[in-house]
Design a protein around this ligand. Structure first.
Ligand code: GDP
Length: 300
C-alpha cells in the first residue's frame, strides 16, 4: 500500500501540490484564481466541478484570515475529498448472497486495460481465499483469451474460452456454468470492447448480460477506462452507460498521468463510483480506490 501511494503521489502531485502552491501565494489576485481554475481544468476535473470548487475555495479562503500552510492544506484536503465523494459504496460486489457464484462482467474499449484488470482482480480475490473462474469472452482481440488464460494460470483460476471469433455470449454462459459446477465464489467475465457502432456493442454486451442472467443475477458491471485519455474516456463512458448498467468504474494507467481529475469527471458523468485504480502493468498494481489516500497523494 505504501508503494502504491508513492507511485500515485509521483504521478499525481501536479494537481494538488500545484493548487496548494497557488493558494499559498501572498496575494490571491484574479490571475491566481484563474491559474487555480486552469490547474483543475488541465487535470480533467471538468468545467462545472472546477467552477464550484473555485467558488468554495474563494469563500473559504476569505473567512480564513491567516493562511498558514497547515490551514490551507486542511482546507484543500477537505474540499478535494468533497469533490471526490466520500459516501459512495466502493466495494466490488463479489458476494452473490446466494449459493451460486457472484458474477462480475468487465467492459470497456480495447486497449484500456480490461484483460489486465480482470487478471489482477482475479489475483486479489484468490489471494483473499476466494475461488475464481475466468470467462474469456473477448473473442475479438486475437490474443485476449491467451492473455487471460496466462493470468489465470499464474493466479490459480480456471479460464473458460472458446474458438477465436466465437460467440462471446456462449463463452460467458459456459463460464458461469463452470463456476456453478465448480462451486466457485466469483466468475469474472472479460468482454470485447468494439466501439465500431453503438448498436453492435449493445447487441453484444446485451446478449452477454442476458445469457449470464439465465443462471442468476449479474452482480457487478465494471467499466474500465484509461485515465490518460481524458475527454475521450468520458465519451466512452457515456456510450457504455447507455448500453449496460455500469455499477463501478476502474480507472487504469493512473500511474501514467497527472490528470487525476478524471475521477471526479467520470463519477459525475455516470453517477457511479470509481471502485478500483490501476497503477501499473504488474500483478500487484490494482488498488481499491480510497478517497482519502487519493487526495493525500494529490496534495503530496
Ligand atoms: P484490453 O484490450 O482492454 O484488454 O487491454 P489490456 O489489458 O491488454 O491492456 C493494454 C495495455 O495497457 C497493456 O500493455 C497493459 O499492460 C497496460 N495496462 C493495463 N493497466 C495498466 C495500468 O494501470 N498502468 C499501466 N501503466 N499500464 C496498464
Amino acid at each position: 500500500l505504501v508503494r502504491l501511494r508513492a507511485r500515485l503521489a509521483r504521478s499525481q502531485n501536479t494537481l494538488g501540490k500545484g493548487l496548494l502552491t497557488l493558494l499559498s501565494r501572498e496575494h490571491l489576485d484574479e490571475d491566481t484564481w484563474e491559474e487555480i481554475e486552469e490547474t483543475l481544468l488541465i487535470a480533467d476535473v471538468g468545467v462545472v466541478p472546477t467552477q464550484e470548487l473555485v467558488e468554495r475555495l474563494r469563500e473559504r479562503v476569505k473567512v480564513l484570515g491567516t493562511r498558514t500552510p497547515a490551514d490551507l492544506r486542511a482546507l484543500l484536503k477537505e474540499e478535494l475529498l468533497t469533490l471526490v465523494g466520500t459516501d459512495f459504496d466502493r466495494a466490488v460486489k463479489t458476494e452473490s448472497g446466494v449459493d451460486t457464484p457472484a458474477v462480475v462482467m468487465v467492459v470497456g474499449v480495447n486497449g484500456t486495460g480490461k484483460t489486465t484488470t480482470t487478471g489482477k482482480l482475479a489475483r486479489v480475490l484468490v489471494a483473499d481465499g476466494r475461488s475464481v473462474v475466468l470467462g474469456a469472452a473477448d473473442t475479438f482481440r486475437a490474443a485476449a483469451a491467451d492473455q487471460l488464460q496466462t493470468w489465470g494460470e499464474r493466479v490459480g483460476a480456471r479460464t473458460v474460452r472458446g474458438p477465436e471469433g466465437g460467440d462471446p455470449a456462449s463463452i460467458a454462459y459456459d463460464a458461469v456454468k463452470e463456476g456453478i459446477a465448480e462451486g466457485a465464489d466469483v466468475v469474472l467475465i472479460d468482454t470485447a470492447g468494439r466501439l465500431h457502432t453503438k448498436t453492435g456493442l449493445m447487441d453484444e454486451l446485451g446478449k452477454v448480460k442476458r445469457v449470464v442472467e439465465k443462471h442468476g443475477p449479474l452482480d457487478e458491471i465494471l467499466l474500465v477506462l484509461d485515465a490518460t485519455t481524458g475527454q475521450n474516456g468520458l465519451t466512452q463512458a457515456r456510450v457504455f452507460a447507455e448500453v449496460v448498467d455500469i455499477t463501478g468504474i476502474v480507472l487504469t494507467k493512473l500511474d501514467g498521468t497527472a490528470k487525476g481529475g478524471i475521477v471526479v469527471a467520470v463519477q459525475r458523468e455516470l453517477g457511479v463510483p470509481v471502485k478500483l485504480i490501476g497503477l501499473g502493468e504488474g500483478p500487484d498494481d490494482l488498488a481499491p480506490f480510497e478517497p482519502e489516500a487519493f487526495v493525500d497523494a494529490l496534495i503530496g
